[in-house]
Design a binder for this molecule. Sequence first.
Ligand code: ATP
Ligand code: MN
Length: 480
Amino acid sequence: MKRAEIKQLLAKGKANTQVLVKAWVKTKRGSKNVSFIALNDGSTLNNIQVVVDNANFEEKLLEKINSGACLAVSGKLVESQGSGQQFEIHAEEVELLGTAHPDDYPIQPKKHSLEFLRENAHLRFRTNTFGAISRIRHAMIYAIHKYFNDRGFCNIHTPIITGSDAEGAGETFKVTNFDLLNVPQDEEGEVDYKQDFFGKETNLTVSGQLEAETAAMALGKVYTFGPTFRAENSNTTRHLAEFWMIEPEVAFADLDENMDLGEDMLKYLIGYALENCADDLDFLEKRLLDSEKNKKKEERSPMALIEKLKFVLENDFERITYSEAIDILRNSKPNKKKKFNYLIESWGADLQSEHERYLVEKHFKKPVILYDYPKDIKAFYMRQNDDDKTVRAMDILFPGIGEIVGGSQREERLDKLKQRMQEMNVPQEELWWYMDLRKFGTAPHSGFGLGFERLMLFVTGMGNIRDVIPFPRTPKSAEF
Ligand code: ATP
Ligand code: MN
């Protein structure tokens, strides 16, 4: 008999037919005469109940059916008498594919802390929470490709090993095949990268943007969706050392069109989740409400998960300049009462996530797009405004998260770009190919980077970025 998936059985099963399922045991309960086994095969959040007449099976077999064990069960699909699911299976044959002894199987049918589950990341997929998150993560990956494909964008694989540090932030992981105990040096005593694998200094990419720009200057509308690596030693709930980033790059688009694209895309993705992940979102919403029960009222989320997602979907994002934001922040209560960790004193200050979240959660109470930032706190490639002070940058800020998107209109004028590279000590020899784009058929263009795990934080309502990626990489942690 062909194996049926539980999702299909629950949705379209036919009563009184023979079925075969293969799945993991969530729970087993029952009496001397009957056992009720909840099985889950990952196809859906929902379990199917298997009813076992104990008299028909060896006690030795029944004893080994514990949480975490894997079974193949065949039997009759019948309409369920109890509440809950529509169908259950009356077992005729039970094969134990794999045992899980309760003395050492870590995932027991009780509440586990997220920290504990992180230490058991190889098994946490089997919990309802991580099953739900994983299915939503998949739906979002699919929706991102669909969004761009439906709009004529071309997906570009940009290199993971690069010779440039796009942001110039210096937070890169080096790539080398030198013997670290015997690194070749040149006459000056510096590391002789000429002898290294690529004949030059290389690192893991921090962004695919610069390469994506080369593609946009021929294909028009492109996007990348790849892993990025940052050796930032910040142990926050929003930073990973390895994360995934979506970076569209659009020829002929100015900053307004860039903001439109960012807002439209985020709304599309949230709408896609609401439409296609209802069961899993429902579960996560209940989980969140439950986990916040013991918190003080002001520490709880102001809206339930699904209400929050709908709210973002239905409201225009507030668009204001950096300068307007500084005025709001300078006059804000937490600034005057010195409640911010970093007080906002003057124009030019870099915004911290506490400021971003104040604007979003307290002042406007909806997502905010800040644009026209001071040039000194932004990258060299952003288009300079005529005021000689600001550049055409834009960040999209979300409740609970702060920055979710960072983007800009790019500087397309060679002289202006060169001047900025000089001022910021960006090596022009290394980026000769980037500058070539401004020499040959230059055109206005714009793009942004959306951190995939930040999006996942928002959509799932989870509080820590380590819980929305299967195997998180953070300082001092690269298990699995
Ligand atoms: P932040 O100020 O939050 O560190 P950033 O200014 O370094 O962000 P960008 O360089 O603009 O961010 O990167 C684009 C997007 O990538 C960000 O808007 C964010 O969504 C995401 N991002 C940046 N750094 C990380 C990280 N360490 N882990 C996960 N996502 C990140
Ligand atoms: Mn950063």
